[in-house]
Design a protein around this ligand. Sequence first.
Ligand code: NAI
Length: 563
Amino acid sequence: MARDTDPLEIGLTGFDLLNQPMLNKGTAFSEEERDAFDLHGLLPPHIGSLEEQAARRLAALRSYQTPFQKYAFLRDLQDANETLLYKLLVHNVEEMLPLVYTPTVGEGCQRFSEIWHKPRGLFLSFPNRHRIAEILAHPRYDGVRAIVVSDGERILGLGDQGAGGMGIPIGKLSLYTAIGGIHPSGALPILLDLGTDNQALLSNPIYIGWRHERVRGQAYDDFVETLVSAVAKRWPHVLLQFEDFAGSNAGRLLERYRDRLCTFNDDIQGTAAVAAGTLLSAINVTGTKLTEQRIALLGAGAAGIGICSMIRQAMVDAGLGLPEAQSRFYAVDINGLLVEGMADLRAMQTPFVQKKSAVAGWRLEQPGRIGLLDVVANAKPTVLIGVSTQPGTFTETIIKTMARNCERPVIFPLSNPTARAEATAADLMKWTEGRALIGTGSPFPPVERNGKKIPVDQTNNSYIFPGVALGVIASRARRVSDGMFMASAKALAALSPAAKDKEARLMPPLDEIRAVSVAVAIAVARQAQAEGLAETTTPEALKQMVLDHVWEPAYRPYIRKPG
Ligand code: NAI
């Protein structure tokens, strides 16, 4: 792999060079480069450094009032000078993460049509379906290593955002680079535009997407199949991540394609791993074994079922039989607790139905329907996880009931963005008299506990997926297995500050997240090798392979390509 100081041979000059975000250095082009690339006059005379530029951009960013303005500013910077964008991101992760990803990316998707003005990634629309292979064939995409694809139907907890969903693949891949160190030129965001059922978008004159109701059924499946076949043929080793598909498609697509190429769904597997990793860190503090936990879930959708499946596997790894592990889950969806024989159960939910006999003697608030309060009052869960997209559903009564039966309740309101959270961290602390161990989906300000301000741990997938991507790409793994996600969860838990000091926070601070990613990547690559999914190496070679793939934002010197 080329080192950051090796000169790059460049054929472009003048405007064409300055308009290439991956090559542009703005005022940091040296005098010699300005001579060689016909840049005199196009740039102001001052010759700056990347550090100076980053300081200037940071000051400009901070002068904006709203997160959305900051998001739009960072998107513009990405389209003007990628190295500079990543310099800002890498050195200010905690400040930047909520701007380039959740929660602000939600508004970024809702208002995508207002700010779109330069091509980034690929919009593959239904009317263009016969052109997919041709579009991917362009030599511009020869170096692609990682793709994030969305169809925009379930953006965070905000529903169908149509073509605006492109904000998600762009944002996610920014984190592949900022956190996982994947070279930005190897990242390709793709939005599958199969229409939208969002009437507000369809009637918005500035909407940039295909104005058509969503294509569904066989035509939808054929379209996705065309994409996946074309991708697998074009880049046999590529990592293809599905993101923010509706629950009904997310699990189905993952099952269909996970044995055909290197693919994963972060909403399902990444969320599962970060939630499991946070839970392993939390029970280290509570001192109760994993095999003794009783887990209540609100929202048995893609994320919820993924989380339960991984925690169940961790329980089995820790010695429980599968039926016993399964019986420890109480999954509540829109029609109440999932119980045997219930109408409208989805296939993915069936492993987590409770036996009728297990709930037979329960006292219920409302006969005939078992709600979350009933579950909390009767099953006395030790862990409560929310991925329902429904704000305020962890009510004071529910939380106080849980806290009456459990000394250190573990509570994860994970729905994003912030406005969708099942409860705020401050309320959870108040209602449990500071006893709750909390992990949130979106960032929350610090909360008071025993007179001290405690940072709120964000159960952020960013602790997992960039490291998984790095491990998969560096090891050239052929597939992404559940075992690799389990390895990532355990690697994360091993880095929990609370593992050493029970008073400390559950998750490593965000400013250490690049180091977390490297540790996760090493664990993932090791697991891929152990499962025969990647070529075996010595542990030292494996570590080096991972480190060699970590890109640091820096300007390389340019020399003019002859001819
Ligand atoms: P999904 O649409 O597949 O699942 C949501 C589920 O909640 C559905 O099964 C729905 O029927 C159920 N639901 C809706 N209203 C309910 C109610 N009042 N009571 C009980 N259940 C209800 O969506 P997915 O992918 O599972 O995501 C859910 C939420 O989790 C989203 O807000 C998403 O942003 C968030 N999420 C958070 C992550 C994190 O913080 N690390 C990662 C992935 C998702």
